[in-house]
Write a protein that binds this ligand. Structure first.
Ligand SMILES: [Zn+2]
Length: 42
């Protein structure tokens, strides 16, 4: 398993509400509106 990890903690912003997007349940999700950014794969 090759998991790429960034040493610097990047904070993703929700394009919808500018809220914080955190990694939960193996997926990124906005903590505010539950927006889930789409991945190119799958
Ligand atoms: Zn949001």
């Amino acid at each position: 398993m090759a998991i790429h990890q960034n040493t610097a903690a990047e904070t993703y912003r929700c394009p919808d509400c500018q809220g914080e997007i955190e990694f939960a349940d193996r997926a990124w999700r906005c903590t505010d509106c539950r927006y889930v950014p789409r991945h190119s794969a799958d």
